[in-house]
Every structure is written in structure tokens, then in C-alpha cells.
Design a protein around this ligand. Sequence first.
Ligand SMILES: [Zn+2]
Length: 599
Amino acid sequence: MENFIVSARKYRPSTFDSVVGQKAITNTLKNAIRNHHLAQAYLFTGPRGVGKTTSARIFAKTINCLNIDLEKNPDMIEPCNVCESCRSFSENASFNIMELDAASNNSVDDIRRLVDQVRIPPQVGKFKVYIIDEVHMLSQAAFNAFLKTLEEPPAYVKFILATTEKHKIIPTILSRCQVYDFKRISISDIASYLAYVAEKENVVTEEAALHLIAQKADGAMRDALSIFDQLVSFSSGHVSYQSVVENLHVLDHDYFFQITDQFYNKNITSVLLILNEIIENGFDGQHFIIGLGEHLRNLLISSDPQTISLMETSAAIRDRYLENARKFSSAFLLKALDLNTQSDIHYKTSNNKRLLIEIALMQMVAMANGTFESIEKEEIPAMPIKKKIVQEIAEQAPIEKIAAPSINQGVDARAEKQMEPKTELQDKVPEPVQVLPQPVRVQKIPKGLGLGISLKTGEDTADELGNPDAYMLGKENIADEYSQEDVDQVFDNFLENIKTQPSLYATLKSNMATVKDGFVIELQVYNEAQKMALNEVLFDLVKQLRIRLNNYKLKSEIRIIENSNTTKYMSPSDRYNAMESKNPNLKKLGNNLSLELDF
Ligand SMILES: [Zn+2]
């Protein structure tokens, strides 16, 4: 075999126009050259293999090219590649370019050597260009030694610093450089460049194969070209989609098409078997989740003609997506994507990773089946944060019966007004409470259901994972008949749990839950404080009612009623607090006289 030159080197671009996927940057650099607006120092940042060093070299070559005559031909801002300077660049023999890899030469001495060279002007050409790769690797001392030269270099010196980690560059360096952010190269740009290389090399390729390589390279042309080289030697000159799938150990699109086909057929068994096959082929679960996410996204964007262009695949696979997208509604795809994202998020911390994926898949099938069709948004109460405070307030008996000494009539009157019992029906449950955080809107999509799988019931697991209404899943439309007796039974049971809150317990005990029309259960309390306390436990009550009565449309309403019962238990501190809340001057009085309360 003749001398093999790796494609990444052989096909390294030698002009600005041949740099792939960085048009904005190469154009800006060309303009700078055209307008003689060269900075002393540049910082090229961006992921690996996207053309930073290549662009730096082309820049160095261009500003030294002897054939560029801006007066005569202002649009010719490319190296001629034939003059003496260009040729010495191409043969790596130019004295006008110094490349330092800071990853391996990061000491003060390395930098001092470089700084010493800076003093010698170029023999041929106009500029000496110093390219420092991986500049973030320089030691602190090396940075300091470099700073002065970077600040005031001779006019014939240009610095180009390159790094993959811009955030590690100290501000003093950053502020002295013109910064260029190199982007990841798009899959289609990489694929078409690979096609160009393949043609030059007389290699037969399939478009889908090149797209797959480009995908695997994750935006880095260098990686794409070295994968390409590898595959060319593996597959003896014919790079097919199948050979790429096998050699790169990538998850074939086909698996995902099979899975969504089974979503469509509502066949849980097949979906689980396909997943099993994938896992047995040695693919990691997260790998699968990412692949499925991409697949669902592709289906979603191919259902709208305007977003099809966002899909970075070969034409054949795009057509397959177009055809398959018709089978699913956008709403389904969105929900499936959401489920998939949830399993992605919880994957690392899950104890049973496989089950996590399986449950997500089963939920997707169930959604396709229409079981989750009525998924909508609904309010649920916020998590009790200030439970203790609210409980304390609630423990105070109704205050309107207390004859508080009125020091200031105005304040008293206002307080009285606030205490007026409200008789109109309150908003349907759950309702925002002043001291509590606002109810959060939570989607009823089974977010996180079963994520972090354990052997507990789905209900419990879901609750722990912050999806309190997961018990409703798929049951939103179930509404069995029930009687007042049925409700009383559940309610009695529930009351046992709130005996620790005597005031609320007593109130609810004496005003049992009443069945109203439209699946409404009315609950009665005497004041706002009790209502707040009731709101704290309301979620559990409604949940118990819904489950025990098998009616998931059931709602609750709280009504504040007048209290006819005068024999309420009041502790001395309760009584004082009640008086103080009625008349804040009481506290002032106590403070002014430095009185200590002794209950
Ligand atoms: Zn030239």
C-alpha cells in the first residue's frame, strides 16, 4: 500500500473558502485583512476539530502571501498557494509561523523562548504569526510571562490563541484579544464534505452512512474524517450504512422506527422485546433514551413542512420520517418526548434503570392507545411549607366571640369587618392561600411516574417524586355514583388523621362533608384560619375520596359558615393572640410598658 495520509491532514482546507461550516468567521477575517484592520491578538474558541487551528494557519498564510495585492484586486483575499511564502507554509517550512501546543509546553521557560523569538523580524513576508494551541493549559507563571508581550508586541507580530475552554482564560488575556467563537459544524455540512473526500478518494459511499458518521463526530470535522478513514479501511472501499452501524456500534434508526411502529400498533410486548434486543446487543440504556428522543423529535419536526429542514439526516431517512410522522399527532409526540426527557433526567439516579425505560415506553404505548387522551392541566395544591405556622393559627378558636378591650375603635372596626363570616361558596378546591406559596400548575402528563422505580405501588413512588396527582393517571374520566353515606364513611376515616389539630377536627366533626351536585363535596369551617389549615390537608382528603369512591371527577369546596357554638376551647395564649390580632395596639402597649406575657 502506498503512503497513506490521513484524510484530516490530506484534506485540510488551505483557503478560507474551503473551511467548512465557519463562514461567518472566515468572512470576518477576510474583511479584516481587506481593510487592514488586523488585531494584535486573536482568541479562537470552540469545540475540538471545528477548524480553529486550520483557520489560524490560513490567516497566517494569507497575511504573508506575496501575491495578494489589495489595490489591484481587493476581492482576492485568499492565499495564492504558489508564491514562495505560501509554499513554505504548505511545506511546513515557513519561519513566519510558530505553533506552540500549550498542553505539552506550558512552562515559563517555553513561553520565554517564544518571547525571545518575537524580537526577530520576519525575513520573508510581512508578519510572524504565533499560534498557541490549548492556551488555557498555560501555567499561571507562563501566563504572566506572556502578558507583557501580548500587550505590546512588535507591529510584525500577530498572536492567535486557540482554546476549547474559553472560561479558563483569565480576563487580562481575554481583554487583549479579539475573540472568535467557532461553532460545531452541522451534520449536513460534515456529510457533504465527506462526500467530497470520498469522491476524490474513489470510495463508494451511501448518503445515510455519511450522515451517520457526521452524527457520531458531533460537529467535529477532524473526528468525522478519521472515522471515515477507519471505515474505508474496514469496508474495503465501500462505506455502506450497514457497515457504519456495525463498526461504529451506533443504534440503528431502524430500531426506533420499529418501536414507534409498535406504538402505533399499541403493542407493548413488541416494544419491550425490541428494547431487550437493543440492550442485549450491548447498548447502554441512556444511549437508547437519547436515540429515542432524537427519533421522536425528528417525527415531530417532520410533521410540519416548515421545520423539516431542522432535521439533519439523509434524504432517504427524511422520507421515512415524513411517512411515519403522519401516524402520530403532535400532541402524542410531545407527550412522548416529555416522558422520554423525564427518564433521561432520572436515569443516573435510578436503581432500576431498565425498568425506568420500560415504564416510560409502556406509558407511551398507553398514550398511543388513548388511555391518557384526556391529559390536561389542572391545579394542585402547593407542598405544605409553612405547615406549622398555619396549624398554630388554625388551633386558635374562632375569634369573633371574644370581647376584646378596644383601645382604638377604628382598628377594631376594621378587624371586625375582616372577621365577618363569609357565606358565599368559596372557589373550587384547591385554592391559593395567603401564607402559602401559590398553587403550582402541574401537568397531568405522568411526569416522573415510576421513575426511580421501586417495588412500591406506582402511587407512592409517584408522590415521592413530586407528581402528587399521579394517582389520577388514566382515570380522569371515571366517575362512579356515590351517596352521602359513602362520603361520610371516608370522611370519618379521614378525621381520625387530623385529631392532632383539635380545632379543625372539632369543626369538621360537627359539620360533616355534604354531597352537592356536580360531584362537589362541600366542607364547612368557621374562619379563614381554619380554611387555611383545611387547605393543608385537603389534597389528601380529596385523593382519599376519589380513590375510595372511585370517582375522579370529584371536587371539594370550602365554605366559611357562622359559628353557633359558643363553647370553644381557648387557651390563655389563644385568647391573647386573638385579642392582639383584633387590636394590634395591644402589642404596642405591652412593648411600651416592657410587659412580659405570662400565660
Ligand atoms: Zn501566496
